[in-house]
Design a protein around this ligand. Structure first.
Ligand SMILES: Cc1cc2nc3c(=O)[nH]c(=O)nc-3n(C[C@H](O)[C@H](O)[C@H](O)COP(=O)(O)OP(=O)(O)OC[C@H]3O[C@@H](n4cnc5c(N)ncnc54)[C@H](O)[C@@H]3O)c2cc1C
Ligand code: FES
Ligand code: FES
Length: 497
């Protein structure tokens, strides 16, 4: 059993024993390595000041990912190469194209956010990202700047691409060396490291993970750490024992068939995005608005279910789509309908030592309509106030045969609106059915008031989302956004209308 974590920082190999399970990459970079170019802003994944670039070799291809160092644990770098802002400029002082472009186009004032921006830009450049406004905005949505304004930074992104076209991206020349380094790190021996501060287990397959977690049910499962990271940085928790999910290679598997899409527990939103959009094209905008590029690069689809947040975006979406959750304890496996997994706030249908092995999202029937709407205060990188995902299936008679109306933000768990569903079954999808569902949905929930929205706001939005769903999907209806906006003034901004 391996007893040390191994990764490269820049081109230097680090083999670390005895590290704490809760030591973050950011703290290690700044406090142990003196790499203070990587900044600490929010320490919760929101501002992007701590962005670094992590390279891994997956299926013989190099994956270049911008991630937030503040919510990555150091041990999560095992097997990777990490680049910080100090690695961008060449040793002869020649700037990387993104740095040069930021200088030329005045993309920096106080400079605090700049290292994070240039790392996100370098990753976007490296991945051959598109240069239209939408693509650049999406790539940089996880980076906040309070001085410069975003226009010069967006222009700098385009200029960086021109410069890279003229001079080449400096990482082109590095690829062979990086492949060789990562090849040397790739090993099949699992890591189980006992340190003074706790135990770190990195199983390399799901069977090892299952056996380990069944024997150690009080251990903390960590997938992308975009939630668990905050337990440390915001709640100052220490972990006695962590078990990694993403190191189990067979869980990093997606399978698309005629019946639907299987997403293993290690698959991130970034990796699942194209397949999820192909399966649920009407949910495209909602899916793209989950977190930011850095968050989606780490966050797993199953971690979004595992955290059982009442305001997570994935659960309502997948409940409306009829997803099935696959659970495993040791060698015992079982499946539950996703909505049945969420029992109550903080309580799920999961036994001690049992974990989510994957989720199956079925192909939507031809005779169904599907929509998903995220309502949040900001368009990007914001948690929902209300999330609604709806599916109606029609019978041969043209009447509604099945309704799945799922909401987040309306109760202690993501839940279906059963009264509203009942009001729709067996009816034509017309304005009378819409009105009945809008009336019934008020019985379904007694939401809380909090900083994201009052109970009145949430209840009103819930009904209005059903109205919007009707306008967009009922035969013969014209989408009437102006009319919808007047129902609740001011809502339109957060929903992306
Ligand atoms: C800045 C920021 C923005 C965010 N924006 C959004 C957003 O817009 N929408 C949204 O829905 N979420 C958002 N999140 C929350 C979070 O990113 C998601 O919930 C994410 O999908 C969690 O996945 P993870 O892999 O990081 O989980 P982790 O943090 O690793 O784990 C989360 C929880 O699930 C458990 N867990 C993980 N894997 C398993 C498994 N296989 N079996 C059982 N339990 C498991 C863990 O023990 C933990 O309790 C945001 C987070 C941050 C920091
Ligand atoms: S410090 Fe703000 S995202 Fe990490
Ligand atoms: S330049 Fe000051 S925060 Fe961006």
């Amino acid at each position: 059993m391996r007893q040390h974590v191994r990764f490269y920082l820049g081109d230097r190999l680090h083999e670390l024993e005895g590290i704490s399970p809760s030591l973050t990459l950011l703290d290690w970079l700044r406090e142990h390595q003196g790499r203070t170019g990587t900044k600490e802003g929010c320490n919760e994944g929101d501002c992007g000041a701590c962005t670094v670039m992590v390279v891994r070799s997956e299926h013989d291809r190099l994956q270049w990912r911008a991630v937030n160092a503040c919510i990555q644990f150091l041990w999560m770098l095992d097997g990777a190469q990490v680049f910080t802002v100090e690695d961008l400029a060449a040793s002869d002082g020649i700037l990387h194209p993104v740095q040069q472009a930021m200088v030329e186009l005045h993309g920096s004032q106080c400079g605090f956010c700049t290292p994070g921006f240039v790392m996100s830009m370098a990753a976007h450049l490296r991945n051959g990202g598109a240069l239209d406004d939408a693509a650049i905005n999406a790539a940089l949505a996880g980076n906040l700047c309070r001085c410069t304004g975003y226009a010069p930074i967006v222009r700098a992104m385009r200029r960086a691409s021109e410069l890279a076209g003229e001079q080449g991206d400096p990482f082109d020349a590095e690829e062979t060396a990086i492949r060789a380094r990562l090849g040397r790190l790739r090993e099949d021996e699992p890591l189980d490291m006992m340190t003074a501060a706790g135990r770190i287990s990195l199983p390399t397959d799901s069977a090892t993970l299952a056996a380990l977690y069944a024997r150690n049910p009080s251990a903390v499962l960590v997938a992308g750490a975009t939630d668990v990271g905050l337990w440390v940085t915001k709640q100052q928790r220490d972990f006695g024992h962590v078990i990694a999910v993403r190191t189990a290679r067979d869980l990093n598997r997606m399978e698309q068939g005629p019946q639907g899409l299987w997403i293993g527990a290690a698959v991130t939103y970034t990796d699942a995005m194209a397949a999820l959009i192909a399966l649920l094209p009407e949910a495209q905008e909602t899916l793209r608005r989950i977190g930011s590029t850095q968050v989606r690069n780490s966050a797993t689809v199953c971690g979004n279910i595992g955290n059982a947040s009442p305001i997570g975006d994935g659960p309502p979406l997948f409940i409306a789509a009829g997803a099935i959750l696959h659970l495993r304890k040791g060698e015992a496996r079982r499946c539950v309908c996703l909505e049945e997994y969420f029992l109550d706030y903080g309580r799920q249908d999961r036994q001690p030592g049992e974990f989510i092995e994957g989720v199956f999202v079925p192909t939507q029937p031809q005779n169904a309509v599907f929509r998903a709407y995220k309502v949040s205060k900001r368009f990007d990188q914001d948690i929902s106030a209300v999330m609604g995902a709806f599916s109606l299936e029609f019978g041969r008679d043209g009447l509604i045969a099945q309704a799945r109306l799922a909401f987040g933000g309306m109760a202690g768990v993501p839940r279906r609106a059963v009264a509203a569903e009942r009001a729709l079954i067996g009816r034509a999808w017309n304005s009378a059915a819409r009105d009945a569902a809008m009336e019934a949905v008020r019985e379904d929930f007694s939401p809380l008031s909090d900083m994201r929205g009052s109970a009145w706001y949430r209840t009103t939005i819930t009904a209005n989302l059903l109205s919007r769903f009707f306008e967009e999907t009922a035969e013969g209806q014209q989408v009437c956004l102006e009319g919808w906006r007047t129902v609740v003034p001011g809502v339109a901004r957060g929903t992306g209308l």
